[in-house]
Design a protein around this ligand. Sequence first.
Ligand code: KG4
Ligand code: ZN
Length: 342
Amino acid sequence: MPVADRPIARVLGIETSCDETAASVVEGGTTIVSSVVSSQIDLHARYGGVVPELAGRAHVELLTPVLADALEQASSDHSGRGIDGIAVTHGPGLIGSLLVGVAEAKALSMAWGVPLVGVNHLEAHLFASLLEQPDLGWPLVVLLVSGGHTLLIEVTAPGEYRIMGGTIDDAAGEAFDKVARFIGLGYPGGPAIDRISAEGDPAAYAFPRSLPGDGYDFSFSGLKTSVVNRVRKEPDASTADVAASFQEAVVDVLVTRARAAAGAVGARAICLAGGVAANSLLRARIEAACAEDSIGAFLPSRALCTDNAAMVAAAGYWRLTRGDRSGLDLGADPNLRLVSTV
Ligand code: KG4
Ligand code: ZN
């Protein structure tokens, strides 16, 4: 049997869409054999956000050692021994960052003689849930909340997606990061606000809850402005109180919309995905809401919520086993959309 046609068991995933350089080997689509994530947080922190040019250059430096580590932990090496396919995030994300992963994946696919598949970063986040809970029932409503996206997606089967709503301005993670920067909590803001909110009063400030339209859309820019105005008027306001009240408002609208969406499609469960899914309050509130509505709640472990390559390998495994292949002309698409492919 030609090498490229052998059955797919182990897939190498590569993720370089934003500021995490990651590589992972996943077996059978659900067993994580290795998962290495090198975060560039320290590099970008002093600028208060990701600097695209620096991110691209850092991926070039970090990808080789990250790959070597992930392969070694999977008892493989630069020869690609035991690897049956390669999956790489090819969008959406920062173009200069995406290109680093895509170029490497193409080179390895050619050198090792194994098939290659380009994976949508958003689809990869959805597959993070399947890694830990392979027998999730359908339909599901996934609340995908990250630094760049805020989406409510009905998933009727792997690959079958319907976008029910999304943000009309800032993404939820972006709102966390911008507010954190304004109140002096640094970057990345989400984890900092999560931490300090534990010491604050979530009822201290009644920040607005924006529920635009009568569908499932979100808007966070008014909330952000309201926090900024409040702190300008009251410079001595307790940072913990402001953070806790802001977090309460964000989580409130996320849970309200997700719950309504799940009810509308008769979802068996609500699934969280993306970096903001690591938020303690969001996790607790989604669990409580689902318990009340007698549906499942699936909250991937925090390490699988934020960017990683195991989710890319898992999505890639599914794509490769159904026959999807990318050629060496695979490009990076910073605005790649999530569309159904079945
Ligand atoms: O999915 P992700 O790692 O990267 C993107 O694809 O964007 O998400 C990163 C975002 C950042 O905005 C970060 O502040 C936010 O997720 N985040 C959190 C928490 N951990 C990460 N937001 C709220 N609470 C957290 N614990
Ligand atoms: Zn992400």
